[in-house]
Design a protein around this ligand. Sequence first.
Ligand code: URA
Length: 276
Amino acid sequence: MTPEPAPTLKQLLAFYLEAGVDCALGDEPVNRLAELEPVPAAPPREVAPPRATREPPLAAAVPRSEIAITPDAAIASAREAARTAPTLEALRTLLENFDGCALKHTATRLVFADGNPEARVMFVGEAPGRDEDIEGLPFVGRSGKLLDRMIAAIGLDRGKAYIANVIPWRPPGNRTPTPQETQVCLPFIQRQIELVNPDVLVTLGNPSTQALIGTREGIMRTRGKWFDYDTGTRVIRAIATFHPAYLLRSPSYKRMSWQDLRAIAKALGQQGSSSS
Ligand code: URA
């Protein structure tokens, strides 16, 4: 068999881009498959000096921001912080200062929300992508253009809808957020929903539906059904539909999404437009 020619640099970059790798996290590549350096043998244990002359404990010498926070502690601190935000602006500021989610450090900026905080309908996606990370607004890329058309189909526009994501920072290379990242960010989007207090909540795609509505079933089964979403202060009508990115890949599902949009328009007492 003739061996395949080695790819050119251009082909390699195109491959990475196609695979979603479109940002560098460090200046030098890290070979994670390389053999680990042998760990040097531990030096013999020193006998601790008498109590009065002992150095302060290590944690006291390390700045607070550098102490690694455990996943459970990050989730607990997210819950505690989100609860205290009295307004959307306060919630945004809390997120800007929150250090419990590592995605913040790889993302360019926080993607908090777009649209009208007084809107009667709120759409929630999964996490920002590359375009959103650059602009700092949710759903501005290709799937955002389709979301705009979906919103127009219920007779509205971004000025009359509110849009956010479960995760407000772009995962590197658009990878799927880990369950822990979702759990850490969940209290913030839950508080955001409570503060916007829409009449209808629309979850876009499986991840946001499972995170917010708590269903275990896939989007094929959950879409188009109404759920009660309890904010703690009010029960909101919630409905799941396909994520616009999924509709771009599988346009044949647009027909079903159109049915969901008509149900949303009806719940809002809104005239939907006559074309999909
Ligand atoms: N996909 C999402 O789920 N959210 C965005 O903001 C963009 C794409």
